[in-house]
Structure formats: structure tokens, C-alpha cells
Design a protein around this ligand. Sequence first.
Ligand SMILES: Cc1ncc(COP(=O)(O)O)c(C=O)c1O
Length: 455
Amino acid sequence: MSRTTLGQRLPEIRVPPPGPASRALARRLQEVESRNVTQITATWPVFWEEARGANVRDADGNVYLDLTGAFGVALLGHAHPAVVEAVRAQAERLVHGMGDVHPPSVKVELLERLAAFAPWDHARAVLSSTGSEAVETALKTALVATGRPGILAFEGGYHGLTLGALAATARGRFRDPFVSRLYRGVAFAPFPDPVRDGAEASGRALARVEEILARGAPAPDGSVHPIGAVLVEPVQGRGGGRVAPDGFMGRLSELAVDAGALVIADEVLTGVGRCAALLASTRVGLRPDLICLGKALGGGLPVSACVGAARVMDAWPESDGEALHTSTFLGHPLACAAALAVLDAVEAEGVVGRARRLGDRLVTELRRALRGVEGIADVRGLGLLVGIELAREPGLDPSTGAAARAARAALAEGVLVLPSGDHGHVLELTPPVDLTEAQLAHGVEVVARAVRGAA
Ligand SMILES: Cc1ncc(COP(=O)(O)O)c(C=O)c1O
């Protein structure tokens, strides 16, 4: 089916999801996948067969409107034609190379583009496949460059589930089973949340940041780890689409510089245009030394990068043939070709401006549709990263799990959304930028109905 048919459609639910084909796949999956990976219930999940633009078709032929962008990856829409063509053309020439030994030429092109895209005169990058790996690279880089192992990260932050990234991710649910394996020199500061903590939120968070930067991160063995890295999302994604008050990120950057620590912007979700800027850091006043990219960068192919100012990256020694940090699929040709196509399309198709206009519309329409509904603490966003926060008492107690209930209700009507926030109390929308007017209006109507039922 052509892109104009699947891609720009409203949902078409033929059988209540999950239909018989999805349920049969779920039973097979349950036999062979580790039990923790995919949650399977009577109402969840549906199995995808095809996706274009803002539409997904499942194994039962149901068509959905995807307001998740598949974890924020499909910023340009699913199966953007230029990405598909770039991958096809690359696959005909070279499917796999030897990333850090005899590299594929397309790796050089991508690194040059990333260096041009970066906010420093001279930048260097390390490629990888997942967001977590980009964070691992950044944390290693900060240690190599500063000699200080301590990390300052934020409550509500999410940086991935590999052991290094997890050590800097605050959420107990993810950490607790593995805590004995995690690096302990991480101190968490509050991420300022004026909805819950009032006008003083920023000041209090910055005071804590100053304290941690001055004292270091106390490890449980009594030692203190001086802070070499301040790891922060310009807008917290999985923490619930949280945007810090104006001025916070700028002051955080100053404090880090004064303390001799490097700022790592985790832009795995926010980067490449989602927040209506190539880098969300520029919109919120954060001045990073290292930037992690992933998700949307590959347009659906797994590619990530830690991009840094050369003055920082050059702390790494020259390779003597055994790279200190690399991986088998580093600079994978298909992923590099896809990323180049994404960066071209972001520029040629005015994605930044479109994300701004569409994101503003989405927030405005959601606020209108949810006006006066009890249990809504906030509707907010930056570009196409939007959160609807659900509270038991407006502005106060998170309505635990309410966003998952809303996501299930929306699924039944053919709209894909996901819960986020420490208490599963924020419904997160990270839609593609090619959402049509009709899709936006329909999505808002369904989401508002689902939220009203769950709030
Ligand atoms: C801000 C942020 N950092 C890092 C990650 C980890 O990326 P991945 O799941 O690709 O390892 C995520 C994933 O959701 C993320 O949102």
C-alpha cells in the first residue's frame, strides 16, 4: 500500500485489540522470550506488521494512529521514503564493515555531519547502536577528561539500563535488583518541578547541585567521589515530559564549569529536532561539553552517538590498534546511511519549524479538550515531546498507574500512547512530525476521552 494511504489515515479497528492474531503471537512469545521483557495481558500488546508515517498496522489488520513515534524514534514518520531508499541503496553495496579497524566510508560521512551539527568549532564523536551506549561513552569520556569519577544526575532522569547508565538513572524499580553491581559514586539532585514543588523548585534544586558539586558524591564505603560529569536531559522524557523552569539549565551549566565538571546532555530522546530545535539544549539554555544522540537519529535503524567538543574528546589516547571503547557494530553502514538521510530530511523538510508548530498546536488543543477535567495536574511540552500529568489531587499526589489505564483505553480506540513518570502518572506523546491535521484532531479527541476516563 502506498505511503499516502497507510501513513495519513485515522485509526481503523476491525477487531478489538489485541485481536486473535496478536493473541496467538503473544502465546508464542510467552514460550520463548525472557518473562520480564514484554508484558502480556488480556488487553496488551498488539503485534506490528507494517508502519508508515503516523500509522501502524497490526497482525489483525487494525490500523493505529501512533502518537508514540515508537519510543520517539519515528520523528520523521515510520519508514520515511528517503531513509528506506538510503538503506536499500547502502545494502546493495555494503551491509557490514569493520567499524574501528577497516571502517566503511559512510562512517566518515556521518561523523563529518555530526561534527558540523554540533555546537562547537571542532567536534569529534564515537558512534554506537543504542542510547545507553552513547551515555556509557559520555560517562567514560568525562572520566578520561577530568580524572574525577563522580557523577551528578537528576531524580526522575532516565539514561538507559546498561550498568553505567543505570547507575545514573534514579528510578528504584530499575536499580534495586542490580544495586550491588552499580557504580556508587552518583549523587542525585532534584529535577525542578514547579507543578509539584512550587516556585521555589528551581532554587532548591540548584542549591542541592551546588552542594553536590562542592562535596562530591559520597559512596556507601565512606569515600567521596569528586564530580567529573553532570548528566542531564534537557527535557526529562521518561520522567514525564518535564521541562525545567527558565534559567535553570543555564545556571546548571555555569555551576558545572565553575566546579570543573563536564556537562553531558542526554539528548537521546530530545535531539535531532523533536523539541523544535536540532538540540533541545539550545532551547533550554544548557551548554553541554558532550551530547548523547540516539532514537530519531537513525530514523528506525539502531544508531547512536556521543558527540563532544574536541578539547574534551581529545583526552582519549590515540588508538594503538586496540580501541579502548568500541563495539562490533560501531559505524554500521546501514545505520550510518539511514542517519545521513535523517539529517538531510530534517534540514530539507523544515522539521524543526514543523515540530514547533505541531507541538504548540497539540498542547493547545489538549489543554482545550481537558479544561476543567479533575485530576489533570499539567499539560506541557517542548516541541513534539508532550506530557499530560495526572494527579489524584490537582498539582499534588500523582495518580499512580493512571497513564497506563489511559494508554489501554486509547489503544482500544486505535491510538498508541505510552505512560511515563516515576509513578506512571504522565501520559507521554512523542508523535511523528508528519501527523496530518485530521490525525492531530482525532488523536486529541481520543486521548482526552481516555484521560478523562482514567484521571
Ligand atoms: C533520555 C534517554 N537516554 C537514554 C535512553 C536509552 O536509550 P536505549 O534504550 O536506546 O538504550 C533513553 C531511552 O528511552 C532515553 O530516553
